[in-house]
Design a protein around this ligand. Structure first.
Ligand code: OGA
Ligand code: NI
Length: 345
């Protein structure tokens, strides 16, 4: 398995497709719409990730969100300390996670996690400094929530469940925005930001300040399967990652993607990951339409609350492993060469 870790130069046979969402507009032809749905279907099926352009979020909104986060991270520790907590149920939480992973080596990540939907419930607890923080991040969070719901509709269509499948639940669903800051690797002996993991969400929409995100598909066949792919920086693009709960919902058709992020050499690398789920207590289970004799139910139903409880309990396997029913385990559909990390939500 080739795996060049670091910022930049790994060359892998697989490429992360770039999907142009403007082709979904009503004014576009039916065939260009079908093409987009087909591209998304293939990407979810084989890679578990893709990039999107012309997604409707203004570049200025994305730049300003990055800007206020970089200012927040530069604030004195006494201010940021206010938000430090290990309680994963807190709607605003700042912390640093460091450790060592058998494959990825030493890792370090600073993060600020913000509950974001419904925004008026949470905005008053978000950082008030820099002074435009709530304003600029609030706009981004709202826009990305809207995009997430739209994208989930397309993904449901790609599963042949229809564009309105679970629409209301997605709309009311839970959203947490994780802002990550990775100190430059040139100043430390640390070569990894976030070690290999899958996200608990249905989908994650990620904005990166520079390249550093690597993905390792858990499904798909042929050249490159099992290799790390660099997700290249594409100006104005957002990365979409398949999360554990989409794997469950699709009854294993779309596998959550293993990913990790490396720091950049020169300066701090930032990313803003928006995780989209159903409501905290709502159970996610395989869509009955995707269950038949050939594809029996592969996963136990679970809510986001169950996931949080699982994290707080003693655990010896990842959450998605824990949800798999015997049928999936016995058929051993995939290889997972490296141990995955438990990433707190
Ligand atoms: C995450 C994540 C990747 C990145 O926050 O779950 O995978 O590029 N981040 O920072
Ligand atoms: Ni992640």
């Amino acid at each position: 398995m080739s795996s060049t870790i670091g910022n930049g130069e790994a060359s892998q046979p697989l490429e992360v497709p770039i999907v142009d969402l403007s082709l979904l507009h009503q004014s576009s032809s039916q065939s260009s719409r079908s093409l987009v749905i087909q591209q998304i279907h293939q990407a979810c099926l084989q890679l578990g990730c893709f990039q999107i352009i012309n997604h409707g979020i203004n570049e200025m909104v994305m730049e300003e969100a990055m800007e206020v986060n970089s200012e927040f991270f530069k604030m004195p520790m006494e201010y940021k300390e206010e938000f430090i907590s290990d309680d994963i149920n807190k709607p605003v939480r700042f912390n640093a996670i460091e450790g060592s992973h058998p494959e990825a080596g030493k890792f370090l990540r600073h993060f600020l996690k913000l509950y974001a939907h419904p925004l008026p419930d949470f905005l008053p607890c978000w950082p008030a400094k820099p002074p435009n923080y709530r304003d600029k991040m609030g706009i981004y969070a709202k826009e990305v929530k809207k995009l997430g719901t739209r994208l989930l509709g397309v993904i449901m269509e790609s599963l042949k469940l229809g564009p309105t499948y679970l629409r209301e639940s997605f709309d009311k669903g839970f959203q947490v925005v994780a802002v990550n800051g990775y100190p430059p690797s040139s100043q430390t002996d640390i070569n990894m930001g976030i070690p290999p993991h899958t996200d608990h969400s249905i989908i994650t929409i990620l904005l990166q300040s520079c390249s550093g995100l690597h993905a390792r598909p858990r499904s798909g066949e042929g050249a490159g399967h099992g290799d790390w792919m660099v997700v290249p920086e594409v100006k104005g693009a957002l990365v979409v990652l398949v999360g554990d709960h989409l794997e469950v919902l699709s009854n294993g058709l779309y596998k959550s993607v293993v990913h990790q992020a490396a720091p950049s050499r020169g300066g701090t690398r930032f990313s803003i990951a928006s995780l989209h789920s159903l409501a905290m207590e709502q159970i996610v289970e395989p869509a009955p339409e995707l269950v038949d004799d050939e594809h029996p139910t592969g996963y136990e139903g679970s809510s986001l609350r169950d996931y949080l409880d699982y994290l707080s309990s003693k655990k010896d396997q990842t959450y998605i492993e824990n949800l798999k029913l015997r049928y999936v385990k016995e058929n051993n559909f995939e290889d997972n060469p490296a141990p995955l990390c438990f990433i707190k939500p």
